[in-house]
Write a protein that binds this ligand. Structure first.
Ligand code: PSU
Ligand code: MN
Length: 336
């Protein structure tokens, strides 16, 4: 309640706001299901820039040992850019926000044997003391609980091709409509229907901007999707101002900043399109549906491209972590 009211009160002076936010955070630290690392707790208390990071990319998005080296590299990137990384995963019935390398190695080694946790899975997994990688939707929930307004990942889920018959729309999109956290990603993969995904985000009231020198909405492995983002942002400070305003307004929806993969690392559009088509038809043949489809297509595309897609994937996640850190630094300045 306090959190909701706080930002909309214009008379609320900074000192009061800081006090309330701090005491609010303290009660959250005690939450039965939330385990915030000491480092992240300190960063929250001293209002440092923090970037949350998801973990399905570790458990289901990349093969071992690349999942592990990427997770550590991404954390390092955040630190190099002056922010504190907070990797989010479920471990033994707790949502861990911020973890040590041993936890990350454990998640990486268990690769694919752990749960893939979205909003709908949280209560079941945590209630049974389980562990797993958390998707964008679950990570947004955790970031909000912990009081971290921004998080970086590779790609978010979206509206699948053929959704008009399969109804397969990622829970990431509805989460963006209901949880006020800014997500930095390289748009959505062209394994998805990008125009439909953008329409769905509009319906959900989600602010979407390209973060680049063009309005083009990126397609993960490639810089262009043929679709325009509704907004374009070019500077960290500008992005931070928009996030700060959204939080102050008390709007409950999330925001998406789409950063194109660096040009020199992007894949040829036709190569990736062909690989995706093959992977999707193989998925259909094998009757793979639901939460299994995204991990399956990712790993099949990786096989078909001889590991090229994985290299691109790693590069773009690291780049997104740098961008998110830049925005988080400006946001911390604004909110201090
Ligand atoms: N896209 C990727 N890598 C990933 C994912 C998506 O390039 O690892 C993961 C993210 O955690 C995302 C989830 O939140 O897949 C979406 O799954 P689904 O499509 O089942 O909603
Ligand atoms: Mn789905």
């Amino acid at each position: 309640l306090m959190q909701r009211r706080l930002p909309v009160s214009p008379s609320c002076c900074k000192a009061v706001r800081r006090y309330l936010m701090t005491s609010l955070s303290r009660t959250q630290f005690a939450s039965d299901y939330l385990c915030i690392s000491e480092e992240v707790k300190d960063a929250l208390m001293s209002r440092k820039a923090i970037v949350a990071l998801e973990s399905t990319i570790i458990t289901h998005g990349m093969p071992y040992p690349h999942n592990f080296s990427t997770a550590l590299c991404v954390e390092r990137k955040v630190r190099e850019n002056g922010a504190i990384p907070a990797t989010v995963a479920a471990i033994n019935g707790k949502i861990c926000v911020g973890m040590n390398d041993t936890d990350i190695i454990w998640l990486a080694e268990k690769n694919n044997k752990l749960a893939k946790i979205s909003r709908r899975d949280l209560a079941s997994v945590l209630g049974q003391g389980g562990s797993g990688g958390m998707t964008v939707s679950a990570t947004m929930i955790a970031a909000r609980m912990a009081g971290i307004p921004i998080f970086a990942t590779g790609g978010i889920g979206g509206v699948h091709r053929g959704a008009e018959s399969s109804f397969d729309v990622s829970a990431d999109l509805t989460e963006l409509g209901r949880t006020p956290v800014a997500v930095v990603s390289s748009g959505v993969k062209s394994i998805l229907d990008i125009p439909k995904t953008l329409e769905y985000l509009e319906t959900q009231g989600v602010f979407v901007a390209s973060f680049s020198d063009s309005k083009e909405f990126p397609a993960f492995f490639t810089q262009s999707s043929g679709c325009e983002a509704p907004y374009n942002v070019t500077r960290y400070a500008e992005a931070a101002k928009i996030i700060d305003t959204q939080l102050n307004l008390g709007l409950e929806s999330g925001m998406l900043f789409a950063v194109p993969i660096p040009k020199e690392l992007s894949l040829a559009g036709e190569t990736i399109e062909a690989a995706i088509k093959d992977a999707l038809s193989l998925a259909r043949k094998k009757n793979i549906t639901g939460k299994e489809i995204t991990p399956f297509v990712l790993s099949t595309v990786n096989e078909i491209t001889g590991g090229e897609s994985l290299v691109a994937n790693i590069a773009l996640v690291e780049n997104n972590a740098s961008v998110a850190s830049g925005i988080a630094n400006c946001l911390a300045q604004l909110r201090n």
